[in-house]
Design a protein around this ligand. Structure first.
Ligand SMILES: Nc1ncnc2c1ncn2[C@@H]1O[C@H](COP(=O)(O)OP(=O)(O)OP(=O)(O)O)[C@@H](O)[C@H]1O
Length: 239
């Protein structure tokens, strides 16, 4: 598999907080890469640097062979972004949000097809803020898909959703994975990460501790029956 994203020696500080401390990582075409780590570990900052939303203090980011520092406009056309729950679209209706996003891009996927796949048709005339968390997340996934991106970024897509809504959202995400899209997400749910991610990147205090397949990470632990949660407790927490 070839790399669709390559970050090299990325650093980002806020005052004396080293949010990202010298991370290098390659994301392979077509994989689902999960980023795990404690609150404040640097997951969102790393994701936002890959998306081009934040500039690193040091290091380089190459997305689909393009340098993010020079070709961010071209890159934006080819990526889809779902941020953590946001009030940004609260005051507009689902249909309006879809139309607005569609107007940003040259290449567009058929909106009706996205609406059908994500089951949004009954909600089109509702305000985003009046939807349940699960439907808000589906709306923001729909917005991330509108330009038929090669790479989809999902920042904690299932946080706060009930188990059924989480399962359904994963059904939607997996459908796009089957099309060969590369998916990069952060999550606090180790069961989801273990089940759905091809590889897991563990971030602790701004540093990349490990990146590997869930079963290989689990095999580094000595106890039989270990899960990714045990991996998390072993590698992602503490000093
Ligand atoms: N805009 C900002 N200004 C100041 N500090 C920031 C800013 N954004 C992030 N930080 C700090 O950088 C560190 C990393 O934050 P980040 O949001 O990347 O972590 P995270 O792993 O995504 O956390 P969470 O799981 O809580 O979402 C934290 O200490 C956070 O407080």
């Amino acid at each position: 598999m070839s790399a669709v994203i390559e970050i090299k020696n990325i650093k980002k500080s806020y005052g004396n907080v080293k949010a990202v401390d010298d991370i290098s990582l390659q994301v392979k075409r077509g994989e689902v890469l999960g980023i795990i780590g404690a609150n404040g570990a640097g997951k969102s900052t790393t994701l936002e640097i890959m998306m081009g939303l934040r500039k690193p203090d040091e290091g380089t980011v190459t997305v689909l062979g393009m340098d993010i520092a020079k070709e961010s406009e071209q890159i934006k056309q080819k990526i889809g972004i779902q941020l953590q729950q946001t009030a940004l679209y609260d005051r507009i209706k689902v249909k309006e949000a879809l139309e607005l996003f569609s107007s940003y891009y040259e290449k567009k996927r058929d909106i009706n097809e996205i609406i059908e796949v994500l089951g949004l048709r009954p909600y089109l005339n509702k305000f985003v803020k009046n939807l349940s968390g699960g439907w808000q997340q589906r709306t923001s996934l729909a917005l991330a898909l509108i330009n038929d991106p090669d790479i989809i970024f999902l920042d904690e897509p299932t946080t706060g959703l009930d188990p059924q809504a989480r399962l359904e959202l994963w059904g939607c995400i997996n459908r796009y994975r089957k099309e060969g899209k590369t998916i990069i997400l952060s999550t606090h749910y180790m069961d989801e990460a273990q089940k759905h991610c091809d590889r897991i990147a563990i971030i602790k205090k701004g540093k990349l501790i490990s990146v590997d397949e869930p079963k290989r990470l689990i095999s580094t632990l000595e106890n039989d029956g270990a899960t990714l949660e045990d991996v998390y407790l072993q590698y992602a927490v503490g000093n």
